[in-house]
Structures are given as structure tokens and as C-alpha cells.
Design a protein around this ligand. Structure first.
Ligand SMILES: *[C@@H]1O[C@H](CO)[C@@H](O)[C@H](O)[C@H]1NC(C)=O
Ligand SMILES: *[C@@H]1O[C@H](CO)[C@@H](O)[C@H](O)[C@H]1NC(C)=O
Ligand SMILES: *[C@@H]1O[C@H](CO)[C@@H](O)[C@H](O)[C@H]1NC(C)=O
Ligand SMILES: *[C@@H]1O[C@H](CO)[C@@H](O)[C@H](O)[C@H]1NC(C)=O
Length: 231
């Protein structure tokens, strides 16, 4: 990835290294080496960007606990010194970027430590969240067991997942989302989700998949349920 970028930047004159989306490792380096990392939307840009270096006003959309710099969502900050050193770091009004910044002497005024990265339609934000998170973890489900019950008996399926923040749960049966109804109870807490069918019917047989998801990832596990005729 890196080698490719170097190679490419030698061919395209004036395009700096910082123009390329970094690989996960260099994203990690940039995030760790910057005092403050935010997702922000460009609020206003100077009328004349040929006056270098220039700065832009940015509305904070999201911060990460490790590198928030005390900033909160909705705050307006000035991020500056774009221009001369990294010619491709032009930012556009109303676009969202990840800004890597260091503080200056002035409150709410920051110096860009790396080129901002456009977050449009990319997993970038997720990647940054994964990096700048102290003890967060993707969900991991305790494997479901297959079950065999005789019709008319109780059927209980329990899905338990670790993960921080606690995951949200969804159930699928044979591929379609499975919702509660009069006969089917689904109870979900922070620690687990349970399906309870008091009187299992033959047609309750199938593959029940539990999906647990949080901002750091998802996991799933499937139980094959076989409801047997009582005759
Ligand atoms: C922008 O700034 C440059 C350098 O100061 C100046 O030469 C140019 O005339 C300005 N352009 C506009 C549209 O104001
Ligand atoms: C559950 O049943 C399915 C389908 O019969 C099978 O592929 C799977 O290995 C079984 N899982 C366990 C944990 O026994
Ligand atoms: C459930 O999964 C097993 C193993 O993947 C498969 O053989 C079986 O056809 C599935 N049952 C249904 C009802 O989709
Ligand atoms: C479960 O996980 C597998 C492997 O990651 C994935 O291919 C599949 O689509 C997932 N199923 C659901 C219902 O999310």
C-alpha cells in the first residue's frame, strides 16, 4: 500500500503523499500522534484560499474519548494551516472529514497535524473508533447449541454476547428477521437476548440466527431447531 503510494506520487507531480487514504496502520499512527481527533463538517472556508496558509471553520460532529481534547459535538473550531505544505489537502464546505489536530495557544484553534480524510461512504470512522477506544470490543457470541424439542413443549433460545459497548441483538429464522408475536416472546437485555416459545409447533423448526452488533463489529451464531412430532 505504502510502496504503491510512493511510486504513484513520483509520477503525479504536485500530488503529495498525504493525499492518499492511509492504510489501517498509518491511520493508527496518525490518530495516536495527533493530540485531538474529530469528525467534523466544514462550516465555512475562506473566500480566497490562495492566501496560504488558510484555515477553515469546522463543526464538531463526533469525538473519541481518548483524543477528544475536551471538545464536544456541535462545537465550532478553527482548523488551520492548510495549503503550502500539502497541496492536496483542500477541503470542501459541508463535507465531512476526520481532522487530525494539535492545539495552538488560542482556544478552539487547531493546527492540522495530517491531511484531513474525507469520511464520505467509507468505513474510516469505524476504523478511527476502533483505534481510539480504550477497552472497546466487537461482540463475541457464546455459540448457540442445536436443539431438539417435542411439539407442545417449551422452546428457549438464549444468545449471550460479550462486547463493549453492549451489543444490540437481532434474530433471524431461515434468513428472515424474526419478530416477536403473540406466541413468541423475545426478551433482550444488555447481556443477552432470549426467544421463548411456550408451546413449540412443528413449523417452529428451522435455523435461528442471533446477530449481535455494536459500533466495533458484529458476530452471529446459529442454532438448528428441530421440533419433533409427539406421535
Ligand atoms: C487572493 O489572494 C491573492 C494573494 O493575496 C491575491 O493576489 C488575489 O487577488 C486574491 N483573489 C481574490 C479573488 O481576492
Ligand atoms: C447444528 O446443526 C447443523 C445442521 O444440522 C450442523 O451443521 C451444525 O454443525 C450443528 N451444530 C452443532 C454445534 O452441533
Ligand atoms: C438449516 O441449516 C442446515 C445446515 O446449514 C441446512 O442443511 C438446512 O437445510 C437448514 N434448514 C432450513 C430450514 O433452512
Ligand atoms: C453471519 O456471519 C457470517 C460470517 O461472518 C456471514 O457470512 C453471514 O452473513 C452472517 N449472517 C448474518 C445473518 O448476519
Amino acid at each position: 500500500m505504502r510502496l504503491d503510494s510512493v511510486h504513484f506520487s513520483m509520477l503525479v507531480i504536485g500530488v503529495s503523499f498525504a493525499c492518499y487514504s492511509p492504510s489501517l496502520n498509518s491511520l493508527q499512527d496518525q490518530a495516536y500522534k495527533s493530540t485531538v481527533v474529530i469528525e467534523g463538517k466544514v462550516h465555512s472556508v475562506p473566500a480566497n484560499v490562495s492566501t496560504e496558509p488558510y484555515s477553515v471553520n469546522v463543526k464538531v460532529l463526533d469525538v473519541w474519548p481518548l483524543n477528544s481534547g475536551g471538545l464536544e459535538r456541535e462545537q465550532l473550531v478553527t482548523v488551520g494551516e492548510f495549503g503550502s505544505e500539502a497541496p492536496c489537502t483542500t477541503v470542501e464546505k459541508d463535507h465531512r472529514y476526520i481532522f487530525f489536530m494539535d492545539p495552538t495557544d488560542e482556544p478552539l484553534v487547531f493546527k492540522a497535524s495530517y491531511a484531513p480524510l474525507d469520511t464520505n461512504g467509507k468505513n474510516l470512522k469505524k476504523d478511527v473508533g476502533r483505534i481510539l477506544c480504550e477497552d472497546c470490543a466487537a461482540p463475541k457470541i457464546k455459540q448457540l447449541k442445536n436443539q431438539s424439542v417435542v411439539e407442545g413443549n417449551k422452546l428457549l433460545l438464549k444468545c449471550e454476547a460479550s462486547g463493549k459497548p453492549p451489543p444490540e441483538y437481532k434474530w433471524y429464522r431461515d434468513g428472515s428477521e424474526f419478530k416477536k408475536s403473540k406466541e413468541i416472546k423475545i426478551k433482550t437485555s444488555k447481556r443477552n437476548s432470549r426467544i421463548l416459545i411456550n408451546r413449540a409447533r412443528l413449523e417452529d423448526s428451522g435455523n435461528y440466527t442471533c446477530v449481535a452488533e455494536n459500533m466495533h463489529g458484529r458476530d452471529n451464531s446459529t442454532s438448528t431447531v428441530n421440533v419433533q412430532s409427539s406421535e
